[in-house]
Write a protein that binds this ligand. Structure first.
Ligand code: GLC
Length: 652
């Protein structure tokens, strides 16, 4: 079958390029080369996914045309930016980058409001903005913008495309980078494709998974887990409008797209290029783990999902190479690693993945005061391919899933079930004495699973300390916030702060009054910024001031230390003291130790712990306390106060 297709006559790509005036010499030479370098790869990926599809050849030609057109339509300024990034090499691994993720409307009302706030980011040191979904999404059924009804129209509540482009241009001029989402896995049921499918248009019914009865849905359901078991149980929804069962893995209003259909892939690729040519520097591919479904499997992380991502990456690499790709795969540790590409495709899939494993393990350490489970995960995390990077983070708009493996908990000497129950109770504030004030999200009584919602500050005890405790506890929770942020900013990767956390925002319970939000407690950690209150960051001694200036200082230190660039240069300190986590970052002639105490008691770490890396440090400079420290003898200790940390640069 495959051979027959290969023999079939279709337009050779050289001729196609010539048709568009692209030759091996002249102004399009670089693109010609990239195309030549990538075509074999893209063709083999495409064929392995769509070889059997009857219109496979025609769609492939269309797809190549999309790549060429995207390149030709790319603005000159963006092409220059592509070249500059290429010259810089590994641009996104740099320790100079610090990001923030935010909802435009909740942060600054709209895009022009945000435009006026660029100085705020400069003050903090943030130069990379992830703007949460901006494209049209039906009010009341939007999942925070992740149910898109028009991939190319900015939702009027934010402004319009011109506002977005104007903002991006100012950001680029000021040395900032832009990150946006593409929601690849599903559309809103109000997207024109879905509307046409509902009206009976066969072409668009083939864009989704739609069935007349439960026969096939039941086969899928047998092996698919539920994502939102409380608010949207099951993976299919009956559409009264067209009398069909439609696959809806997330909410009932988010219809899963069917990538078995190459026409759909081509159309979505055009959307990818649309974002690239708006000037996006990093494209966050939402929920890529789900883009291929197969009965009898969990329909997550399937090989075809990876091939599709590799194909997208390759296409972007050809047409708009300055745009990096982030795969938002919040799955088990080993499964996350595969989003970087594995085997001979290592480093050829996503440039970035979220380090959801490390994020959750930091929360694990903070609740248990024990760093051993976290250390068990490192052998996997350290397999990250060269030239790829993490989004490292403490909080984001989503819940915290304890997605790491049971064996990691068991190897640390704990019972996985009990340990997970403890963590959930701890963060939900149910464990006796726990100062955390979060809530369980998506509890599934069938499996016992649950994730955790809550703002950084509330989970670190600040809410409870402010309302029920006193100044000591307030200080302790601020210390926890900064410890968590220090680890996210220094373990490697592009740190992505979450808006509001820099000001110590607590949970916001107003979502309970809004029927469009009350079913989803992730809204408790999606604050609306009160700019008058934000002004308190300038008043010495306020909570806002302490958290903001601490965050600001961490960012400054990160930017000073080139060893913090993500060159896979991290080695963890052995657990001489289980309460203390620490690592060495090393580059050329710079060495930095970051060491933190995750317990609520003073911790003692033998100085020997710093001498196991093939050199013996003598004097250190702690960038955090701005003090020089002499390394003591092996029977002496580095003493760390509760939740205290050090950022030691080795001086000699
Ligand atoms: C991603 C988003 C999340 C959303 C889901 C469905 O996980 O981060 O907020 O609910 O995708 O689009």
């Amino acid at each position: 079958m495959e051979e027959k297709l290969m023999e079939k006559d279709y337009m050779p790509w050289e001729a196609l390029l010539q048709e568009f005036g692209i030759r091996s010499t002249g102004m399009h030479r670089a693109f010609f080369q990239r195309f030549q370098e990538g075509i074999a790869n893209i063709e083999s990926l495409y064929r392995s996914i769509y070889g059997d599809f009857s219109e496979s050849e025609d769609v492939f030609e269309e797809l190549l045309k999309s790549i060429i057109v995207a390149y030709l339509e790319r603005e000159q300024d963006l092409k220059k930016r592509d070249n500059a990034k290429e010259k810089q090499g590994h641009w996104f691994l740099s320790n100079q980058l610090v990001g923030m993720s935010l909802y435009v409307d909740r942060f600054a009302e709209n895009l022009s409001g945000l435009h006026e706030k660029l100085d705020y980011f400069d003050e903090l040191g943030v130069n990379f903005l992830h703007l949460m979904p901006l494209f049209e999404s039906p009010a009341g059924e939007s999942d925070g913008g992740y149910a898109v009804s028009n991939f190319r129209k900015v939702d009027s509540k934010f402004g319009d495309l011109q506002d977005l482009v104007a903002l991006r241009k100012s950001m680029h001029t000021q040395g900032m980078n832009l990150m946006l989402d593409i929601v690849l896995n599903h559309t809103s049921h109000r997207h024109p494709w879905a509307e046409k499918a509902k009206a009976g248009d066969k072409r668009y019914q083939d864009y989704y998974y739609m069935y007349d009865n439960r026969w096939i849905p039941n086969q899928y359901e047998a092996a698919m887990p539920e994502i939102f078991p409380e608010s949207s149980p099951g993976n299919f929804t009956y559409s009264e409008e067209c009398q069909k069962w439609v696959m809806t893995v997330f909410h009932h209003y988010q219809w899963d797209l069917n990538y078995r259909n190459p026409h759909l892939l081509r159309e979505m690729l055009d959307n990818v290029f649309f974002y690239a040519n708006l000037g996006v520097d990093l494209l966050r591919i939402d929920a890529p783990a789900f883009i291929w479904k197969e009965t009898g499997t969990s329909s997550q992380n399937l090989p075809q999902a990876h091939q599709l991502l590799q194909l997208i990456k390759q296409a972007v690499q050809m047409a708009t190479p300055g745009m990096a790709i982030l795969g938002e795969a919040i799955v088990a540790p080993e499964a996350i690693m595969e989003y970087f590409g594995k085997g001979d495709r290592a480093g050829k899939e996503c440039d970035f993945a979220y380090n959801a494993t490390q994020m959750a393990l930091q929360w694990d350490m903070l609740a248990s005061g024990d760093t051993r489970v976290m250390l068990q995960a490192q052998p996997i995390l350290q397999q990250k391919p060269w030239r790829t990077s993490w989004i490292s983070y403490t909080r984001c708009h989503d819940d915290i899933g304890l997605g790491y493996d049971d064996y990691m908990i068991a190897q640390a000497g704990k019972n996985p079930y009990q340990h997970r129950s403890y963590l959930k109770d701890f963060y939900a504030g149910k464990f006796p004495g726990s100062p955390a004030r979060g809530a369980l999200f998506s509890s599934n009584p069938k499996t016992g699973d649950a994730r955790i919602s809550g703002s950084l500050a509330s989970l670190c005890g600040l809410e409870f300390a402010l309302f029920a405790e006193g100044p000591n506890e307030i200080q302790l929770s601020i210390q926890k916030i900064l410890l968590m942020q220090a680890f996210s900013m220094f373990t490697g990767g592009l740190p992505m702060l979450y808006y509001g956390d820099e000001l110590g925002y607590l949970n916001d319970y107003s979502f309970l009054q809004d029927p469009a939000k009350s079913y989803d407690n992730r809204w408790m950690h999606r604050p609306i910024i009160d700019w008058e209150k934000a002004g308190l960051r300038k008043e010495k001694g306020t909570v806002e001031n302490q958290v903001f200036s601490g965050t600001q200082r961490l960012i400054k230190i990160r930017k000073k230390l080139s060893a913090i660039a993500d060159f896979n240069n991290i080695r963890w300190i052995q657990p001489h003291n289980i309460h203390v986590a620490g690592f060495l970052r090393e580059i050329e002639n710079q060495r930095v130790f970051v060491i933190g105490n995750y317990s609520n008691e003073t911790a003692y770490l033998t100085w020997y712990a710093l001498k196991e890396f093939g050199f013996v440090p003598n004097s250190l400079f702690d960038h955090w306390s701005k003090k020089s420290v002499q390394v003591g003898s092996d029977d002496n200790y580095l003493i760390l106060e509760p939740y205290g940390f050090r950022i030691f640069e080795v001086k000699d």
